[in-house]
Write a protein that binds this ligand. Structure first.
Ligand SMILES: [Zn+2]
Length: 286
């Protein structure tokens, strides 16, 4: 079994829509030049990541969701069913592609995070004496394995996952929770860094609402408030409102457009702060 870990983050050019895996060097460069020589577009590493996170699915699932790829070649007998066991660290299967070697059909059923069934059959009108013949099937599985250490990344990836599954209410909730988790984690890290004890930080954050956290508190520590960000009206008047309405039971349905707006707004808000924290860290290390 071949097993290739994909980089969960990709960079995507917004001029030509080319995408590729991010590397450590890209962060050092800061400004990225599109890999397509005919495009030549330049963008910041954070613009590229944001575009990558918002990338719509195509043939291969977005690596932010499916960060692992399993390739195998299995021996089969035509007309028989096989169980394919997945590695233990798989948490969700996104896509399974089968490539039968020969004039027979192959499909999958009973897909779980542990295994799935492969069945094979002959097309209508085939010579039935081929049943039982040996052949092989190549399979390609795109799956998510748990490798993010950061809870906010999990929430964000599952927000996108629920958006793609048309579960829009859950998607909006998870997008906003991803943002709140990111903000709390980022505030906590710097308060502890400045010598506050964990209990006091916990009490401070518990007693403070989101408006205070994303404006004065983030500004006091990192010099950036969400109010100055282009996404402020969409976040404060829509995403946060929807989250409260959903949590309190007054918003019972959501549209695809609302869920997409929430997800994209949150990606932008998180990276607005990621960039601010990065600027702050560079400033204090100089
Ligand atoms: Zn490009």
């Amino acid at each position: 079994m071949e097993h290739s870990k994909l980089v969960a983050f990709s960079l995507k050019c917004n001029a030509c829509s080319r995408a590729w895996s991010i590397t450590e060097e890209d962060f050092e460069k800061g400004i990225i030049k599109c890999q397509d020589p005919e495009c030549g577009n330049e963008f910041t590493v954070y613009e590229g990541i944001k575009n990558g996170l918002k990338a719509e699915e195509n043939i291969i699932p977005n690596p932010f969701l499916a960060n692992d790829m399993i390739i195998d070649n299995i021996k089969i007998r035509i007309g028989y069913t096989y169980t394919f066991e997945l590695p233990e660290n798989v948490s969700k299967v996104y896509k399974i592609q089968l490539f039968p070697f020969g004039p027979f059909l192959a499909g999958v059923t009973e897909i779980s995070k542990n295994n799935f069934q492969i069945f094979t059959s002959l097309p209508n009108g085939s010579d039935s004496s081929q049943v039982g013949n040996e052949s092989s099937v190549m399979l390609l599985v795109n799956a998510k394995t748990d490798d993010y250490e950061e809870p906010w990344l999990h929430f964000l990836s599952y927000a996108y996952d629920h958006y793609l599954s048309n579960d829009f209410l859950t998607s909006i909730m998870l997008s906003e929770i991803a943002f709140e988790t990111y903000v709390d984690k980022t505030l906590t890290a710097e308060y502890l860094n400045r010598g506050l004890d964990e209990d006091s930080v916990y009490r401070l954050l518990k007693a403070t609402d989101m408006y205070q956290k994303v404006n004065p508190l983030m500004c006091n520590l990192y010099g950036a408030k969400l109010k100055s960000c282009k996404q402020w009206p969409d976040w404060s008047k829509r995403v946060l409102e929807w989250r409260n309405q959903i949590a309190h039971g007054t918003k019972k349905t959501a549209t695809k457009e609302e869920a997409l707006l929430a997800y994209q707004t949150i990606v932008d808000c998180i990276f607005y702060f990621v960039e601010a924290v990065d600027r702050y860290n560079k400033k204090i290390s100089n």
